[in-house]
Design a protein around this ligand. Sequence first.
Ligand code: UD1
Length: 423
Amino acid sequence: MSKILVKGGTALKGEVQIDGAKNAVLPIVTAAALATEGVSKLTNVPNLSDVKIISNLLTSLGVKVDYNQQEKTLEIDAREKLKTEAEFEFVSKMRASFLVAAPILAREGYAHVAMPGGCAIGGRPIGLHLKGFEHLGAKVVQDAGYVELKAEEGLKGTTIFFDFPSVGATQNVVMAACLAEGTTILENAAQEPEIGDMIDFLTKMGAKISGKNTATLVIEGVEKLTGAEYAIMPDRVEAATYMIAAAATKGDVLVKGARYRDNVALVAKMREMGVTIEVLDENSMRVTNTREFLNPTDVKTLPHPGFLTDMQSQMMVLMLLAKGTSTITETVFENRFMNVEELRRMNAKIRIEGRTALIEGGVQLEGANVKATDLRAGASLIISGLIAHGETIIRHIEHIDRGYVDVESKFRKLGADIVRIVE
Ligand code: UD1
């Protein structure tokens, strides 16, 4: 198994280019499976293990998927009838796989999809997805780890209210409603920018959706959707990770592909801590930090436009550089402080009280042997390795490869002493 070795102490300097967004490309690839005519061509597709998983799942459904690594393009030809069974082998690997339920059900009137199950950051129920399908007229039966969805007469537009603005459930309902008869109104929809990206792609395919980036989406069903060309938005979590790393190492980094509009909460919190962030244009930000100590702050994770849960592990490391105690309150997932145990191995002083982590700043981190427990926890360990005394070895980096393209070469280009050791 491979590991990453980081030697701390270098200030990051230079430019980094952000890749396409993992959380946008996964729903967009599944949306491409709605097209019964034409072929879709996605550009700016990141070379990530999660993209391979969703591609393999679509292939198992009879869709032709072709990735060109050099050009970062993905062609999707879904014109053949879809197979209706999404097997456990694929769906269990990644929760976003459950998004194939919508195209299968909407096109074929029947879907048999394995349940995604939980993962390290907490139980991950699908009740809202199923509620959405039920309101659209599907009969839902759960049995032996699978969900059976039936809509022999086709789906029918309706009004749906979500108790919580789930990202995945919003994506599944929007996709299904595109091919339903009549109009669907989705209230308390999630507003994450990656959903806006999926809506833009669906619109290019011929869908009629209004209310993008708001909590009320109105979807007018259409007869058919046609494959389209689309460039995936830049990854705001990858951008945030390099921005935080730049600040933590007291560096000076131009992050190309970091969009202020998608990262308002992060920028506000980093500025509150004393980090200098210049918004250069729509697509890039420059992060500098010369301060010996930052200011402590409090962060609460929330649905968009609140602070994104996928950035809190990295933010926690920045808080270790503040003079005083900062807090992070996690309200989206149950179990997202898995990195704390690993950070403690590195000498961090962090206490957990219920859903809140109390982070005591100003303590020098020491390099240690640690493990990535999930994707973003892994990213936080790289950043802590960069500011620790001595050497940090990170194991289980397969989690990091799910969401970061060429992570060690991008950091190395910024001056970091970081290598991957393939064992
Ligand atoms: C997506 C992102 C993930 C991010 C999360 C929140 C992708 C591929 N993943 O995950 O990186 O951390 O949004 O921004 O885009 N819930 C229910 N019932 C449901 C669905 C969700 O109770 O039917 C709960 C979940 O248990 C969780 C919370 O809602 O506690 C948020 O989940 P959701 O917004 O659905 O996240 P995902 O789409 O899984």
